[in-house]
Structures are given as C-alpha cells and as structure tokens.
Write a protein that binds this ligand. Structure first.
Ligand SMILES: Cc1cc2nc3c(=O)[nH]c(=O)nc-3n(C[C@H](O)[C@H](O)[C@H](O)COP(=O)(O)OP(=O)(O)OC[C@H]3O[C@@H](n4cnc5c(N)ncnc54)[C@H](O)[C@@H]3O)c2cc1C
Length: 637
C-alpha cells in the first residue's frame, strides 16, 4: 500500500504545529539547554528552570495567556515541551495550569489583575499545594486550616498536625514564591464550638521573599528528595505556623468572606462548592492525557524505527530479516501503534471539547468533559506506562542504554498514573457517572453526549444475542465499524446493567460503601470498557473524515486493528454470553494477526506521520539516517 505521506502528516498535524516547531527549533539552537543523560538532581532542577525561562523570555513563547483563551494551543506547547524533557513539561504545568490556573479559575478579577503578569513572565513562580502527608486522593479529608480573623481582616493559615503537612508540592522545594494552598475555611461563630467549617477553599500564600528568596516567617519547607523520575521538578513539603495572609488572598470565585466575617456563595452547599472548585481543575487532566499520547508517540516511534532497522536471523542462506518481520514483534508493537492513533484522535477531541466548555460553560458539556477527562487520563496513561516497558523489551539490549530513552521516559511518565487524580480513583468517577446515566434512562430521562450510544446498545443488550450474527466470520463483517462499535457497546451495556443489579443487591446488606467495594473490579472494567467505546467511535469518525484516500486506507487498517485487538483481548466475555461463536472468535484472532502484518507494512509511514524530528526522539537507535553510526559515535568510537 502506497501512503501519501504529505497528506497523512497534514491530517495528523493539528492546528498548532507551528508553535510546536518553534519550541523544537528553539531547543535545537540551544544545545546547552539539552538535558544530559546523567545529571544530578539539583543540577537538573536548575537546568529545568533555565529551560523554562529560555522558552518564555528568550523564545518568546508565552503559554499562560492560552490556558484559558486558547487551551488547544496551550496543550500543544505542553506536548512539545514534554518532548524536550518531561520534567520541563511538568514544571511548566505546575506554573501555568496548576498555580496559574488556580488563580485564573478559582480567583476573580482582582487576582488576575494582580498576578497575571508575574505568573506569565515567571517572576512569580508558584505552587499548587493541595496534597497532604495523610491525604492525597481524598481531598475532602484535608486538614490544613485558614481561620478568619475579623480584627485584622486576615486569614491565619495553620498546619494542625504532621499529617497535614503539604507534601509533593511542585516548585516548593526551591523555586516557588507563592503557593495556592487548599485549606478548610473557618469562620468564628457564636455557638458552643466557636468556629464554623465552611469546607475546603483555595488561598494564595506567599512562601518566599520576593527580593531575597528567603522562606517567609511561619513557613517551614523541606525537599521531598530524589524521586523515581521527574527530578527536574523541585517537589517540597510545607508546614504553616500561624501564617497571616490578607482576606483578599482567598480565591473567591465560588465563595467569599466579607469584611465583617459573613460568608457568601452562589452555591448552596459545601459539596457543591467543593465540586465546582475541583471541577475547575480538570484542565490538568486534559493536559496529562494529551501529553501521555505525546510520550507514547515518542516511545513507539523509537521502538518501531529501530525494529525496522534491526536484523536478526533469517531463512537459510538468505539475508537476515528485520525484527519487525517477526509475528511476535508485530504483536507487541502494531496494536500499540494502532492505539497511539486511536488515542491521538480521542485526546484531540477532548481538547476541543474542553476549549468549547471554557467558552460556553454549558452544563451538559461540563459533565461530559469531567467524565471524559477522568476516563481518558486514566486509560491512556496506564496504557502508555505499560507500553514503554514493552518498547524497551522490544528493542533488546540496546533498549536498555539510557541514551535510547526508554528508562527516562518510563520513569518520568510513570507518575502520570497517579497525579492529577489516581487512575483507579478516576475510573470510579467514570463508573459512577455511567450508573447515574443508567438510572436516568430507567427513570425516562434522556441520555445525551458521549453516553448517547447507551440508549440503543442497552436495548440490544437486554434482548438475547443474535445466534446468526454471532457466527458471521467474514472479513468484511469483522472490519465493519458497525460490528466493532456494537460489540464494544454491548460489552459496556452488559457490564453496566449487571453492575447496577449487583450494587442494588449488595447495598441491602453491606450499605452503599460496602456494596461499591464488593463490585469495585467490575466497576473499573465497566469504566475502561466505556472509554474504549468512546475512543473507538472517535477513531471511526477520524477515518471517515480523512480526505486523502491512501491515508484513509492506512488509518482504516489501524482502526480495525485497534478494535479487533480489544475484542480479542476480552474474547472470554464475548464467548461467555455467546455474543461471538467459536468460529467467529477464531476468525477474529486470525484477523488480528493479519492486520498486525498489514499495519507493519505501513508502520514506517504511520510513525513518520507523527512528525517527530530526530532531535526530539533523540535515541541514536531510532535515527532516520545512519542510526548505528550515531550510536557508536555516542559511546566514543
Ligand atoms: C512527583 C509528584 C508530583 C506531585 N505534585 C503535586 C503538586 O504539585 N501538588 C499537589 O497538591 N499534589 C502533588 N502530588 C500529589 C499527587 O497528586 C497525589 O500523590 C495523588 O493525588 C495521589 O494521592 P496519594 O499519593 O495520597 O495516593 P493514595 O490516595 O494514598 O493512593 C494510594 C493507592 O490507594 C489506592 N486508592 C486510594 N483510594 C482508593 C479508592 N477509593 N478506591 C480504590 N483504591 C484507592 C490508589 O489506587 C493507589 O493505588 C504529586 C505527587 C508526585 C509523586
């Protein structure tokens, strides 16, 4: 199959390739800003700061203005910067999406006026201090307090016990001047308790002197130390002892305190305010899902370029064959390549939806972006984390040389599964959301947006599988997107329906919490199944919309492989309920192997279309010219 490379690259490029190229060009021209393979933690942190300063002050790329106004552009910069050094991507994310984003999204005009320029030009380096030693995922369990003092018109921020020490806070150990601190807002009251807890709010707390950079009185900061990866980011732990901040430092978009100590909010309950506050922070998740695809592109590009080059064994008296010609290598790498494409389109769509949500604040879209960002972040980052190890192994011994990148990619990316919401916790939000929609459906309500498909597939599920189609095994049928989508959706509907029944049954004896835990693995499978369905639907659309015929054909191969590989991975489920008869299961398996072989034949083109220059992939074994020579030179020959 001949693929029109220009057309395919164009289709994949997206609107913001120019700014990504500007990032690549800048770092190409500044070799002293390249992160060396071996670097000490403290040097890495300083280098990472220099990289960020260079990007903003020298290259003139100012990401902050895009955080709210043009998020797609912001995420494109984030992806490119992450390709330079993932620590840089995360440091930039801490500065602009977390610290900056909290000021813009949780604060009001007075905060924007006061802090925007300093955050933008990096004079005001800042932190996002949510996690505590004892509480990460359970944000409502945070214990830091901010007590209002009506006499001085200030809040007094305190760490009441060791468990409440803020932990893991990016930019805190060395560079941060400010922190957005999440704390329980306490107001003095006239009842027996003497205080009222208004729930978790965000406050701007200066942590270092603007001129001397000394840590301010009442604040104690320690370094969280050397980490498994991302050592260019200075994560620190903070303790507050009666630190006074002006009342104005409360980020007061969702709740405010007046001069005389009265609390006002447009939202009626602590839970609603908490949900609104956390809801404003989904941008971080969108960014991680999107950047994780960027990492997967780099890892799969290195592994596939090398697998095309590398030759081992062959038929007797004939030249050796490329290792990508082995079925086992195709099995490791081709479904991964297909998934990378699938995730590319799904996360681009998420970014578009997020940008739209930021403009319209439409309620339906807000709900959709929340569930989708949680699901995609969890699903994609888990997949990428596993894939990097597969890539390393697929490249044999040379995959283990640090210069070929898999070690740092794996170590730096690993934590994507945990921060901005632990994946297991996020998937539960997706499952909870699906159950809510399910109940709404049975109460006669409408199912819209991403969940739309459940309307039909739930009905299909509730009637028995069709014994005739269960036997259809022709390639045309198996490659029909309708069959693939129906199969994915059938599985989700089945898991959803059975989860709802099981939860109802167990909650009678175990209560809601106990029943949820009893069904937890089932619920996680449900969430993953839903996300896979959403991803497939986006991929199918992307194939259809591709204007160039040859690119469309290559994408269709990848899409079919993505779909059938997933069905094959879960074939037990389909067989158990006779959705797929034995002959069909066998045909699916054969077709997955055949499609892997077909995708192998366009693997070079599919990888090239990611358009990652050699100075971004950087692994010598994956250079597009003279890879072996560059590799030997690397070690000194
Ligand atoms: C490098 C790094 C940088 C970070 N940067 C920041 C930062 O700048 N600011 C900030 O505020 N925080 C930051 N964090 C903290 C990060 O957000 C938290 O680590 C994350 O939210 C997870 O919380 P936890 O570590 O307490 O994990 P836990 O919640 O304790 O999770 C531990 C395990 O328990 C499981 N678990 C927890 N709850 C459930 C449940 N309900 N059901 C099933 N399983 C469950 C999880 O799946 C996980 O496997 C950072 C962390 C790291 C490591």
């Amino acid at each position: 199959m001949e693929v029109n490379m220009e057309a395919l690259s164009d289709y994949m490029r997206g609107k913001y390739r120019d700014i990504q190229e500007k990032v690549y060009e800048y770092f190409k021209g500044r070799p002293e800003l390249q992160t060396p393979i071996e670097i000490l933690k403290d040097d890495h942190r300083e280098l990472c700061l220099k990289q960020l300063l260079g990007l903003v002050r020298e290259a003139g790329i100012r990401p902050f203005r895009f955080v709210v106004d043009e998020p797609s552009k912001y995420f494109a910069i984030l992806e490119a910067v992450g390709g330079i050094d993932m620590s840089l991507g995360i440091k930039m994310g801490v500065q602009y999406s977390l610290w900056g984003g909290s000021v813009l999204n949780l604060g009001t005009k007075k905060h924007k006026d006061k802090y925007f320029d300093g955050i933008d030009n990096l004079d005001y380096m800042g932190c996002f201090a949510m996690t505590e030693l004892h509480h990460g995922s359970n944000v409502q369990g945070l214990q830091t307090v901010a007590m209002f003092d009506p006499i001085t018109d200030e809040f007094i921020v305190d760490t009441p016990n060791d468990g409440a020490i803020k932990w893991w806070i990016g930019n805190a150990a060395v560079h941060g001047k400010f922190a957005t601190v999440f704390a329980k807002l306490m107001l003095p009251s006239h009842d027996a308790k003497g205080v009222t807890d208004m729930g978790v709010h965000a406050f701007i707390v200066p942590i270092r002197d603007m001129k001397t950079h000394e840590v301010l009185p009442g604040i104690e900061i320690h370094d969280c130390g050397h980490k498994v990866g991302l050592n260019g980011v200075d994560n620190g732990a903070l303790r507050f002892r009666s630190v006074r901040i002006p009342r104005d430092n409360l980020l007061n978009r969702f709740g405010d305190v007046s001069r005389d100590g009265k609390y006002t909010s447009s939202l009626p309950t602590i839970n609603k305010r908490f949900a609104a506050t956390l809801g404003e922070l989904v941008g971080g998740r969108v960014g991680l899902a999107y950047s994780s695809v960027g990492v997967l592109k780099i890892a799969s590009t290195i592994a596939i370029r090398y697998s095309l080059l590398r030759q081992q064994f062959g038929p007797p008296k004939q030249p050796e064959v490329s290792i990508l010609d082995y079925q086992s290598q195709q099995h490791k790498l081709m479904p991964m390549l297909a998934s990378t494409y699938a995730f590319h389109f799904a996360t681009l769509d998420l970014v578009d939806k997020y940008s739209e949500m930021k403009k319209t604040h439409d309620d339906e879209l807000v709900g959709e972006v929340h569930a989708l960002s949680a699901g995609l972040k969890a699903y994609v980052t888990s997949f990428t984390a596993k894939s990097i190890s597969i890539c390393r192994e697929a490249c044999g011994g040379h995959g283990y040389a640090a210069v070929n990148r898999f070690g740092s990619l794996r170590n730096d990316h690993d934590i994507f599964q945990t921060f901005e919401g632990d994946n297991t916790v996020l998937l539960q939000q997706v499952a909870g959301d699906l159950l809510k929609r399910y109940q709404e459906k049975f109460q006669g309500g409408a199912i819209a947006g991403t969940w739309n498909y459940l309307r039909e597939s739930m009905n299909a599920y509730l009637s028995a599988p069709n014994p005739v189609t269960a036997r259809w095994e022709g390639e045309e049928h198996l490659r029909d997107p309708q069959f693939q989508l129906d199969a994915f959706r059938y599985r989700t509907s089945r898991l959803l329906h059975s989860a709802a029944l099981r939860l109802r049954k167990h909650s009678k004896t175990l209560g809601t919490f106990g029943a949820w835990n009893r069904c937890l693995n089932h619920l996680l499978t449900l969430a993953e199944s839903h996300i896979e369905s959403v991803i497939l639907a986006k991929f199918v659309d992307a194939v259809k919309s591709c204007p160039d015929e040859s690119s469309r054909a290559a994408l269709k191969l990848a899409c079919d492989l993505y779909a059938l590989d997933r069905i094959w991975n879960d074939i037990g489920t389909y067989r158990n309920v006779d959705y797929v008869a034995p002959n069909k299961a066998k045909a699916i398996h054969k077709l997955v192997d055949y499609l892997s072989f077909q995708v192998r034949n366009v693997a070079k083109e599919l990888v090239d279309a990611f358009d990652l220059p050699d100075d971004v992939t950087r692994a010598p074994i994956a250079m597009q010219k003279e890879a072996y020579t560059q590799y030997t030179q690397q070690v000194g020959f």
